[in-house]
Design a protein around this ligand. Structure first.
Ligand SMILES: *[C@@H]1O[C@H](CO)[C@@H](O)[C@H](O)[C@H]1NC(C)=O
Ligand SMILES: *[C@@H]1O[C@H](CO)[C@@H](O)[C@H](O)[C@H]1NC(C)=O
Ligand SMILES: *[C@@H]1O[C@H](CO)[C@@H](O)[C@H](O)[C@H]1NC(C)=O
Length: 187
């Protein structure tokens, strides 16, 4: 093999292993934008943009009150108003996730009140062990699963921006946290 092909192979391997862990690909989840730049600074935005599948721990926080990188990676509702999903009580919602670099650990999808960063009700789905890199093949439900919206949220989550469905995954050995947030309202 020529040195150049070795170098490009090495570059490919480096890119694949140094970056890319996992993210939600459907329903549409929050992405960075100008409001996030305003809240968290350009460094946080470029950290997310350089690897949409990277952990929260890689996103620098400027410590500003409006910037919580542990809530939706600091990504803001204001940048994502075009992607608010409308769900009804009991509706089944399909998720698709990509996990280019798995790290074993717990995972859940929960409804989170964004104003207080608190979980509303019970998790919609929970995996005690998710993305286990020791398995030859990941269970199909790690990358494709469905959740059912609660029958009653007590009147919460009816205003856009109030609630997200948060996919949360913690790689135990990697000590890395992954989050993506789907903006939604109950209709
Ligand atoms: C997920 O990652 C892909 C790149 O692999 C990117 O195109 C997409 O915007 C990302 N989505 C989110 C919600 O991070
Ligand atoms: C479930 O997700 C929440 C964040 O939404 C997190 O605080 C909690 O630790 C998670 N539980 C597990 C078992 O991963
Ligand atoms: C995911 O699939 C595995 C293997 O089929 C199963 O043991 C596990 O209970 C499933 N987890 C959830 C949350 O559905």
């Amino acid at each position: 093999m020529h040195t150049t092909s070795l170098l490009s192979l090495a570059a490919t391997l480096f890119t694949t292993s140094a970056f890319a862990h996992g993210n939600v690909t459907s329903p549409p989840a929050r992405l960075p934008g100008p409001a996030m730049r305003q809240a968290c600074g350009a460094g946080a935005v470029s950290a997310v943009q350089s690897d949409f599948t990277g952990p929260l721990e890689n996103i620098p926080s400027n410590g500003a009150p409006d910037c919580n990188t542990f809530l939706c990676k600091g990504q803001q509702f204001a940048d994502n108003q075009a992607n608010v999903q409308a769900f009804s009580a009991g509706q089944v919602v399909d998720f698709e996730v990509q996990l280019p670099i798995p790290h074993e650990g717990p995972c859940n999808v929960s409804i989170v009140d964004t104003a207080t960063n608190t979980v509303v009700g019970d998790p919609l789905i929970e995996f005690a062990s998710y993305a286990d890199e020791n398995l030859a093949v990941l269970p199909a439900n790690n990358t494709q699963f469905s959740v059912q919206m609660p029958a009653d949220l007590g009147g919460k989550c009816t205003v856009e921006g109030e609630c997200v469905m948060q996919w949360f995954w913690f790689g135990t050995n990697a000590q890395q946290t992954y989050e993506d947030c789907v903006d939604f309202v109950m209709v």
